[in-house]
Design a protein around this ligand. Structure first.
Ligand SMILES: Cc1ncc(COP(=O)(O)O)c(C=O)c1O
Length: 450
């Protein structure tokens, strides 16, 4: 069972600053010109605009510096044994960690905007129309997060308080979204076991859909939620025939199907079909821009015109109505424009990594490249806790430098008691992938089990 949402910070935070980690190679603390032994000078209130550290202008300068693009891969120049050693960070925790590149930032800076809560933002309108065509739906609605897109969809479909939602036990909506459908929408979720491909057993689905029909005791099922790609099974793509079967079953009993398509574009690229071919088997869909598409914020919900009209009201009720949101929609449009090329590259890198790891033939870490269908790799870990493996992969040492000629911090989250999950995205290149493999091989050697 996944312990953490790999998209969210882990509850038990990994200690990136442990003495084995990169933090140990940085100066331990910054002495801002005052002896650490001497008592702290009393803090005097400053005049606003007086300049110098701590004043508002200085703070704004620091903010401006923080907003400039950072080098992902950098050369470390430190004193001590690791001075002048090339140091790399490869972040495989999630595809949510990407930072907008120059083209995306330019598009955001130059976006034509208006008040989207009045329907007047041309860039948001452009995004919504472009996405509707891409997904083959009548309308779409731009929302801040995929969590909100899912919640709005459930609220639109489940009109009756206490109605039942069928979904996978490990799906994001059920596990990682604060139970919003119960908390806010009064919807009763009935989770089913996820099969290895991220699918649900069709016979069990039918049994549960029909159980409430005509029964005064069981909740009435109004909605089935599917997730594609299926994150907790390692980015698996739901088979088209399965989607068709679920939709037929749902229609037979007057039930709707919502697709959590946070990574729908990964599924489309993996299958080599337009996303609309997948969405045609669903009554509504969500799509996230801040995962593989690389945008900093944003998702959308798509469906028929009357569904989106209702979704607009619910977005307002949930506080998701935005104003000059064109700066965000512009980033999403850039993400969509190069999605196919970027996601294909991510999938290839993930596949290359899986094969490379398999070639290491380690008893500690094993992987099935055939199960790598998109941008995620599930690595089975035996003989040490996944947390310990993650800690070693992110630590840097003089031994590593001596053996490999560089130092790599490889960031990953433990996924289950016996696995870690690695996620590829547009900020991880083919070269980074080789560095990740090299680091993995080094760690396995140091365990004496590689
Ligand atoms: C499959 C899936 N659905 C929904 C979400 C929620 O997305 P957001 O973080 O934009 O709310 C995530 C987030 O990682 C996800 O992986």
């Amino acid at each position: 069972m996944p312990r953490e949402c790999a998209q969210c910070p882990p509850r038990r935070k990994l200690n990136y600053n442990s003495q084995h980690a990169a933090g140990a190679l940085r100066p331990a603390r910054v002495n801002r010109g005052r002896s650490l032994e001497s008592p702290a000078a009393p803090i005097q209130p400053r005049k606003i605009g007086a300049g110098g550290p701590g004043t508002i202008p200085a703070m704004l300068r620091r903010l401006a510096r923080a907003a400039t693009p950072q080098q992902r891969v950098f050369w470390a120049r430190r004193s001590g044994s690791l001075a002048e050693i090339p140091t790399y960070v490869v972040d495989l925790r999630s595809d949510t960690v990407t930072k907008p590149g120059p083209a995306m930032r330019r598009a955001m800076a130059e976006a034509v905007v208006g008040d989207d809560d009045y329907g007047e933002d041309p860039t948001v309108r452009d995004l919504q129309a472009t996405a509707a065509e891409l997904l083959g739906v009548e309308r779409t609605l731009f929302v801040p997060t995929n969590t909100m897109a899912n919640l709005i969809s459930v609220m639109c479909h489940c009109r009756r308080r206490g109605s039942q939602l069928l979904l996978g036990r490990e799906c994001h909506l059920h596990v990682y979204e604060q139970g919003g459908v119960a908390q806010i929408a009064g919807v009763h979720s009935h989770p089913l076991p996820d099969l290895p491909h991220g699918t649900l057993d069709l016979a069990e689905l039918e049994r549960l859909v029909t159980r409430g029909l005509g029964s005064p005791y069981h909740p009435v099922c109004e909605l089935i939620c599917l997730e594609n790609t299926h994150s907790s099974s390692g980015g698996r793509v739901l088979p088209m025939e399965y989607l068709r079967q679920v939709h037929l079953l749902a229609r037979r009993y007057g039930v709707r199907v919502h697709l959590d398509g946070a990574r729908l574009m990964n599924a489309a690229v993996a299958l080599g079909v337009p996303p609309a071919r997948i969405v045609e088997h669903c009554d509504s869909v969500s799509l996230c821009f801040s995962k593989g598409l690389g945008a900093p914020v944003g998702a959308l919900v798509g469906g028929p015109k009357d569904f989106i009209e209702e979704a607009w009201r619910l977005r307002k009720a949930l506080g998701g109505g935005m104003r000059q949101a064109g700066v965000l929609a512009a980033a999403a449009l850039v993400g969509l424009a190069d999605a196919e090329e970027m996601l294909q590259r991510d999938h290839q890198n993930a596949q290359r990594f899986a094969r490379g790891l398999q070639e290491l033939a380690s008893p500690v870490c094993s992987v099935d490249p055939a199960a790598v269908e998109t941008n995620m790799v599930m690595v089975r870990v035996d003989g040490l806790p996944p947390e310990e493996l993650c800690r070693r992969l992110q630590a840097m040492s003089a031994d590593e430098v001596a053996q490999t000629g560089h130092a790599v911090r490889l960031l990953l989250f433990p996924w289950t008691e016996h696995s870690v999950r690695a996620v590829w995205h547009r900020d991880v290149s083919a070269q980074d992938t080789e560095l990740a493999l090299g680091k993995w091989a080094f760690v396995l050697r140091t365990l004496g089990l590689g």
